[in-house]
Each structure stands twice: as structure tokens, then as C-alpha cells.
Design a protein around this ligand. Structure first.
Ligand SMILES: NC(=O)c1ccc[n+]([C@@H]2O[C@H](COP(=O)([O-])OP(=O)(O)OC[C@H]3O[C@@H](n4cnc5c(N)ncnc54)[C@H](O)[C@@H]3O)[C@@H](O)[C@H]2O)c1
Length: 330
């Protein structure tokens, strides 16, 4: 199994989207491991960035409140870095349908300009790019492996797909080491819970803690969930290996569950709560992918990664975090 312990001591790390859910949890682990961490984030309120995500870490990292679409800023920030964890993204599927060009600019065009900055100013950087299972669209078979055809059901999936391809191209043509992690539903402390822009589960958690009923759309759809600590481990392992360069890896969950089952589990772990089952709103139905769960055999055989935190335990940690910090996220 790959090992990332000690690898990052004294290394220079740039995280785009570093004040967001996954970026901030990753930053915290890298700081603990002795890395010199620079975060870049535009902190647009509709996205998942939140200053409180790095609470307690003041003085241990550098934050640039900047936009990855700004080529000049990125040119400056890329220089001298050993690792780039490239996580900045517009994550809302529905927003990508209402405002496709913003999604295009962030998830596709900006990715190309980041890679151009690497090509011109830092060819030895090593990149891990956060992609999404959304680009598979509606599964033709389950579990979905990396060979499954890609047929996104929304603009976000298409732009993330282009973002991936640019990384692989720059790996293959210019030797700028890059690999792709295709994330599935990731959850845990520091996720966006204000609304369902990042994930429906965030909104469920907010409402249950506010003592309000949450809505389950549909109910029988199958899903897998990765707890944040497991996702962070995958990023660290990917950065620590040379075998991953130019490759794409699914992440996955430790179990498969349908949405109604998840709602019941959340109520049980919370010791109370209510939900109502409703049909999908029409604009959501057209971009829903139905059942999905991923095959993470490729990352398991290459890096020894597998999801370790059981869903029940992950939900419990998440509820505990938001019971203390709810007002920082609503
Ligand atoms: N959370 C999930 O379940 C999930 C699933 C699949 C893929 N992903 C991918 O993982 C990455 C991180 O997601 P997350 O869940 O942490 O979401 P997030 O919204 O919490 O984090 C993304 C961060 O990027 C920042 N950002 C967005 N556009 C920016 C820009 N133009 N310039 C600078 N910063 C910008 C946001 O402010 C935010 O802090 C994203 O690329 C997302 O597509 C996440």
C-alpha cells in the first residue's frame, strides 16, 4: 500500500478551492503533516468556501482570496509549488444548467489556463484533480468502473470531463504529472449545508438539526457515500505515487444505500427527525442519474485505498460537528 506519511514535510502545496469542504479538510491534514500550504479561493457565497473551515489554523497557512479564472494570479501562485491539489469548482448541477457559461469558465477554461501556467512556469509540479462521477451520466451497469461510457446529463458533467481531459493531455504531452480522482457523494464536517448546491445531504443535515422535516425526492435510488477523511486519504495517496500519473480513479463508498434508507439512518443516528417523500421536481428529474454506485477496485489495487469509515459513524461525526457549529454554516 502507498504511504503518504512524511512525504509532505516541508513541501510546498497549493490547493485551489482550499476554503471549501474537501480543500479545507485536506489543508488541515497537510498542515499536520508539515507542509507549507497555500490556499486559493474566491469565496463566492453561493459556493462551498467558508472562512470558518480553517478556524484554529490561523498563521499555519497562506490564503489568497483570488479566482482561478485570473491567469495572472495563477501564474504567480503556481511557481515554486511541489504539489497542486486542484479542487476549485462550480459544483451545482442545477446552476450549471441555469448559468452554463460560468460553469464552463471555472470547470473547463480555468483548468486549461492553470495547466498552461504549469507548462510555462512549473513543469515539475505534481497535480491531483478533483473530478466527479457525474460525467458517467445514467449508469448502463453497476457498479460503474472507469471504463463505463461517459455521457453527462448536465453541463457541469461535460465541463468537468473537459477539465479531466486537459489534465491527462498535459500529463501525456508535456510530462506534467497529473492524475484524476472521480469523486462520488462526499460528506462530513465542513460541507456546505446552507442549501443543496453541494449535496442534498447537506440540506438534510441542516433541516434535521433545525428540527424541520427534510424532503426525500424519489427514495429508491441507490447511492454510495465517501466520508471526508477517506476522501482526503485518497488525495494524499494519489499525490504520493508516481504510478498514478495519467490515470483516472473512481472513489466509492463502504456501502450502497438507497435515499430512503439514508434518510432513515440519518433520523436514527440523530435520535429523531422527520422527512417527507416527494416526487422529483421536474427540473431535477431531467438531470437525475437514477441508481449509481462506483467500482473503486482500480484505486484499491494501485494505491491500497478503500473507504474505511462506515456510513453510520460518518453521519454521527458530521451531526456532532454541526450541532456545535450550525450557525457558522447557515
Ligand atoms: N463534495 C462532493 O460530493 C464532490 C463530488 C464530486 C466532485 N467533487 C469535486 O471536488 C471539488 C471540491 O468540491 P467540494 O465538495 O469541496 O466543494 P466546495 O464548493 O466546498 O469547494 C470548492 C471551492 O472552490 C471555490 N471556487 C469555486 N470557483 C472558484 C474560482 N473560480 N476561483 C477560486 N475558487 C473557486 C469555492 O469557493 C469553494 O471553496 C470540486 O471540484 C467538485 O467538483 C465534489
Amino acid at each position: 500500500m502507498a504511504d503518504s506519511t512524511n512525504l509532505f514535510v516541508g513541501s510546498k502545496v497549493l490547493i485551489t478551492g482550499g476554503m471549501g469542504f474537501i480543500g479545507s479538510n485536506l489543508a488541515r491534514r497537510l498542515i499536520e503533516q508539515g507542509a507549507e500550504v497555500v490556499l486559493v479561493d474566491n469565496l463566492i457565497p453561493e459556493y462551498g468556501g467558508n472562512l470558518f473551515n480553517m478556524d484554529g489554523g490561523e498563521g499555519k497557512f497562506r490564503l489568497n482570496i483570488a479566482d482561478v479564472r485570473d491567469e495572472h494570479t495563477m501564474r504567480y501562485l503556481i511557481q515554486g509549488q511541489d504539489y497542486l491539489f486542484n479542487l476549485a469548482g462550480q459544483t451545482s448541477h442545477l446552476d450549471s444548467m441555469h448559468d452554463p457559461f460560468t460553469d464552463l469558465d471555472i470547470n473547463s477554461r480555468a483548468q486549461l489556463s492553470i495547466l498552461e501556467a504549469c507548462r510555462k512556469y512549473n513543469r515539475t509540479i505534481k497535480i491531483v484533480f478533483a473530478s466527479t462521477r457525474q460525467l458517467y451520466g445514467r449508469p448502463a451497469y453497476l457498479p460503474v468502473d472507469e471504463q463505463h461510457r461517459r455521457r453527462p446529463v448536465d453541463v457541469n458533467g461535460i465541463n468537468k470531463m473537459a477539465g479531466e481531459e486537459y489534465h491527462i493531455l498535459y500529463n501525456d504531452v508535456y510530462g506534467i504529472r497529473a492524475c484524476i480522482l472521480r469523486l462520488t457523494n462526499t460528506y462530513g464536517p465542513r460541507m456546505r449545508i446552507k442549501d443543496a448546491r453541494q449535496t442534498f445531504l447537506g440540506l438534510w443535515i441542516r433541516l434535521i438539526l433545525e428540527g424541520k422535516p427534510f424532503e426525500v425526492w424519489g427514495g429508491p435510488q441507490l447511492r454510495d457515500f465517501t466520508y471526508i477523511d477517506d476522501a482526503v486519504e485518497a488525495f494524499l495517496l494519489a499525490a504520493s505515487s508516481e504510478d498514478v500519473n495519467g490515470q483516472v480513479f473512481n472513489l466509492g463508498g463502504e456501502c450502497v444505500i438507497n435515499l430512503k434508507g439514508l434518510a432513515d439512518l440519518l433520523v436514527e443516528v440523530n435520535d429523531g427527525g422527520q422527512y417527507v417523500v416527494r416526487p422529483f421536481p421536474p427540473d431535477r428529474k431531467t438531470i437525475d442519474i437514477g441508481d449509481y454506485y462506483g467500482d473503486f477496485g482500480h484505486i484499491r489495487s494501485t494505491l491500497g485505498w478503500e473507504p474505511k469509515i462506515p456510513l453510520r459513524e460518518g453521519l454521527s461525526h458530521t451531526l456532532t460537528f454541526y450541532k456545535t457549529h450550525l450557525q457558522r454554516y447557515t
